[in-house]
Write a protein that binds this ligand. Structure first.
Ligand SMILES: Nc1ncnc2c1ncn2[C@@H]1O[C@H](COP(=O)(O)OS(=O)(=O)O)[C@@H](OP(=O)(O)O)[C@H]1O
Length: 364
C-alpha cells in the first residue's frame, strides 16, 4: 500500500464476456473475503449472471447480499440502477479485449448456443464472416454473443450501423465519464498496476492465477485479413477498444513506464512464488475438466468442441496452503455459490421432535 491511503473497498466491476474477466472477478472475490466485505450476488432466479441479457436492475440482487461493497458477476450495465445500489464513492472498472481475438473466443465458446453461429453450414468462423447478416438476427436469443458484445455488455446498442461514427464516439465518451479504469486484457498486468494505484491496494491484492482458458487445440490463429473482417463486423467494439487501449497507455506513461515495468516484474515474481507454493514446487499443468479430480475445480464446458482448462492441486500440500490456493483456481461456477452461501444466515439447527409427535405425524 505504497501511499498509505486506506484501501478502496467499493467497486463495480463490469464483467464483460471473454475478456479475462473471470480472473479479475476471482481477485475481487478474494479481496472481499479477506476484508469481510459484502459482494452483491444474483438472486437464485438469475443464475450466476444478473439475469443477463436483461438490463441490470437492483431487483436482480440477492437480498441477503445488500448493501454491497463489490459487484462483479456478469450483467448488462445500467448506470442508474448501480448508482442507486452502490455507495457514493464506488469506483467503476471494466475490461476490454482486442475485438478479433475476443470474437474468435466467443465463436468457439458459443458455437452451440448462439443461433447465428449454429446456422453456419460448415461451422467455420470464416464462412460466417463472409456475410454475417445472412446468419444474424439481432433480436433472437444469444444474439449479444455475436455482434458488438462489449458494447452490449456496457449497455450500448450493439446494432448501430458501422457508418454511425458519432454514436460510437458518444458511447466511448459516456463510458469514460463513468469508469475510472478500463483494463485491457492484452496488457493485463499493466492494467493491474493501474488498478492497484487507483484503489491503493497491495501487491498481494492483485495476485492471480489465469482462469477460464481454452486448450491450445481449441484456438484458431487469425490472419490479418480475417482480423480486419472481425473489426468491420464489430465496429463499435473496435472503436471502444482502440480508444481505451490508447488511454491505458496514456495512464501508464503518467505513472512512468519504468516504474510500471518494475511493478509488473514484482507482480510476476510474486505470482511465480505463489504458483510454486500451490503446485508443490512445480509450475501447474493445465488440465481438461475430465482430468480434474475435484469437482469444484472443474470449469464449465460450453460444448464438446471447446475445452476450457483448469487446475488440480497436488495431494501433498498442507491444509493451510490448500485453502489459500483453492481460492485462486476455483472457477466462477464454484466460487459464486460458495461465496454467496457464506453471506447467508446459518439455518436454525434441526430440533429433534419428541417420539410421540413423530408418531402422530406419521399417522396423519
Ligand atoms: N490474465 C489473463 N490475461 C489474458 N487473458 C486471459 C487472462 N486470464 C484469462 N484470459 C483469457 O480470457 C478468456 C476468458 O475470459 P472470461 O473469463 O472473461 O470469459 S467468460 O465470459 O467469463 O466466460 C480466455 O480466452 P480464450 O482462451 O481465448 O477463450 C482466457 O484464456
Amino acid at each position: 500500500n505504497s501511499d498509505l491511503k486506506p484501501k478502496h473497498t467499493n467497486i463495480v466491476f463490469l464483467k464483460t464476456h471473454k475478456t479475462a474477466s473471470t480472473t479479475v472477478q476471482s481477485m475481487l472475490f478474494r479481496f472481499a473475503e479477506r476484508n469481510n466485505l459484502t459482494v452483491a450476488f444474483p438472486k437464485p432466479a438469475c443464475g450466476h449472471q444478473f439475469c443477463y441479457p436483461n438490463v441490470f436492475s437492483a431487483e436482480f440482487v440477492h437480498p441477503q447480499t445488500q448493501p454491497p461493497n463489490i459487484i462483479a458477476n456478469h450483467m448488462r450495465f445500467n448506470r442508474h440502477e448501480l448508482q442507486n445500489l452502490m455507495p457514493n464513492n464506488t469506483k467503476y472498472i471494466t475490461i476490454l479485449r482486442e475485438p478479433a481475438s475476443m470474437f474468435e473466443s466467443l465463436f468457439a465458446y458459443y458455437i452451440n448456443h448462439a443461433e447465428a453461429f449454429r446456422r453456419v453450414p460448415d461451422g467455420f468462423m470464416e464462412t460466417f464472416l463472409e456475410d454475417p447478416l445472412q446468419y444474424y438476427w439481432p433480436k433472437e436469443d444469444n444474439a449479444m454473443y455475436v455482434h458488438n458484445t462489449l458494447t452490449f455488455d456496457l449497455g450500448g446498442d450493439k446494432d448501430r450501423p458501422a457508418a454511425d461514427v458519432a454514436y460510437a464516439q458518444e458511447f466511448v465518451a459516456e463510458v469514460e465519464r463513468v469508469f475510472s479504469l478500463v483494463m485491457i486484457s492484452e496488457y493485463f498486468d499493466e492494467s493491474l498496476v493501474l488498478l492497484r494505484h487507483l484503489l491503493s491496494w497491495d501487491l498481494q491484492d492483485i495476485l492471480y492465477v489465469k482462469l477460464n482458458m481454452r486448450k491450445e487445440s481449441s484456438k484458431k490463429s487469425l490472419s490479418p485479413a480475417l482480423s480486419q473482417k472481425i473489426r468491420a463486423w464489430n465496429t463499435v467494439d473496435a472503436h471502444l477498444y482502440d480508444y481505451f487501449n490508447a488511454s491505458l497507455w496514456v495512464k501508464l506513461s503518467e505513472l512512468g513506464l519504468d516504474s510500471v515495468a518494475k511493478e509488473v516484474k514484482h507482480l510476476r515474481q510474486a505470482q511465480e512464488k505463489l504458483i510454486k507454493r500451490c503446485f508443490g514446487g512445480q509450475m501447474p499443468l493445465l488440465r481438461s475438466a475430465s482430468e480434474i479430480k475435484s469437482k469444484k475445480l472443474r470449469p464449465w464446458q460450453p460444448s464438446e468442441n471447446v475445452g476450457i482448462v483448469g487446475y488440480d492441486l497436488p495431494s501433498n500440500i498442507s491444509l493451510e496452503t490448500k485453502e489459500l490456493c483453492l481460492k485462486y483456481i476455483m472457477p466462477e461456477v464454484s466460487y459464486t455459490p460458495m461465496f454467496l452461501h457464506s453471506h447467508l444466515p446459518e439455518p436454525p439447527p434441526l430440533k429433534k421432535k419428541p417420539f410421540s409427535s413423530r408418531l402422530l405425524l406419521h399417522s396423519a
